[in-house]
Design a binder for this molecule. Structure first.
Ligand code: NAP
Length: 314
């Protein structure tokens, strides 16, 4: 497995997203998925305090156990757990970190990410508290998530001005079916030396080819249990037009759609790791193998042309 860097952290180019833990899979299955990931060379594990109503961190920490040293743990704070536990105030940053450390059963978080911007708190206050966590050794690096290019720039400026630790990554939605970051965020990452971590890289599984036009989602899949409105959006004719064309293009080049979905993201050097989620060990093994296709610039241009109809105007 190849590696790239997020600040001072070295991470596998395929990571594991852990938002299914405690939500769709139990602790035993989560452990199987985590061990399959480690065995396949995956080192980056992305979770959040809110995933699985806080169970994801607990399941991940327990599953890693004595293999903690093989993993780079990325977690997040700021999403609402309840009325009290949410946001990005300095006091809450400290409390959230202590709670995550306990649930993860570790003495440090490798990458601590602000899950969502909190407009009610000056970013200086959040960064100041995060900086203290870094100085205390409880956190190695800090990152942001769901940040616009303007917020990436603002936070970077504040950190440089005040000498605080800086956000070394941003985690935003990005996939063949959602190329929004190409408008501004990726350019900001390149400019400020921030690693980009795409979430929903497989569009919740649509980019694995497991869903077929005109057919109900197979039982046990994520979309079989999702709200109707979400299913209709994910499985729209517009998406299928693109997915089917991508599948054909990948097949003409000797690869399944999954390889294209993973490898296309990694064509950009600023993308550090593709944190695909998984509910079964065989999925994580397949994802780990899917990222080694080195697409040429000309091939990427052809693929971009196929997905162009989905690019929304500003
Ligand atoms: P995803 O990676 O686009 O899709 C994951 C789903 O795809 C899995 O649950 C599984 O579906 C299916 N899948 C994965 N590998 C497969 C394979 N090889 N073959 C067939 N199906 C496969 O979406 P995600 O897991 O929601 O997102 C990835 C990670 O990004 C999350 O785990 C989380 O860590 C992060 N995230 C962050 C934010 C944020 O605001 N920062 C938001 C969302 C997600 P089934 O469940 O049907 O088996």
């Amino acid at each position: 497995m190849e590696t790239r860097t997020i600040g001072s952290l070295e991470v596998s180019t395929v990571g594991l997203g852990c938002n299914n833990f405690g939500a769709r899979i139990d602790a035993a299955r989560a452990a199987e998925v985590v061990h399959a990931a480690l065995d396949a060379g995956v080192t980056l594990f992305d979770t959040a305090d809110i995933y699985g109503a806080t169970k994801s961190e607990t399941f991940l920490g327990a599953a890693l156990g004595s293999r903690r040293g093989e993993a780079v743990i990325a977690t997040k704070f700021g999403g609402p757990i309840d009325e009290e536990r949410k946001g990005a105030s300095g006091a809450y940053v400290k409390r959230a970190a202590e709670d995550s450390l306990k649930r993860l059963g570790t003495d440090h978080i490798d990458l601590y990410q602000l899950h969502f911007p909190d407009q009610s708190v000056p970013i200086e206050e959040t960064l100041g508290a995060l900086d203290e966590l870094v100085r205390e050794g409880k956190v190695r690096e800090i990152g942001s998530s769901n940040f616009s290019a303007a917020l990436i720039e603002e936070a970077d400026g504040v950190s440089r001005e005040r000498g605080f630790a800086r956000f070394v990554s941003v985690q935003n939605e990005y996939s063949l079916l959602n190329r929004t970051p190409e408008r501004h965020a990726l350019t900001a990452c390149e400019k400020f030396g921030v690693a980009f971590i795409p979430y929903f890289p497989l569009a919740s599984g649509v980019l694995t080819g497991k869903y077929q036009r005109g057919e109900v989602p197979p039982p046990q899949t994520r979309l079989a249990n999702a709200p109707q409105e979400r299913v209709e959006r994910a499985l729209s004719d517009r998406n299928f037009d693109v997915v089917e064309a991508l599948e054909q293009w990948a097949s003409d080049h000797g690869h399944p759609l999954l390889d294209l979905a993973m490898s296309w993201l990694l064509h950009r050097p600023v993308v550090a790791s593709v944190i695909a989620g998984a509910t079964r060990p065989e999925q994580v093994r397949a994802n780990a193998e899917a990222a080694s296709w080195k697409l040429t610039d000309a091939e990427v241009a052809e693929v971009d042309e196929i997905t162009a109809p989905l690019m929304r105007k500003d």
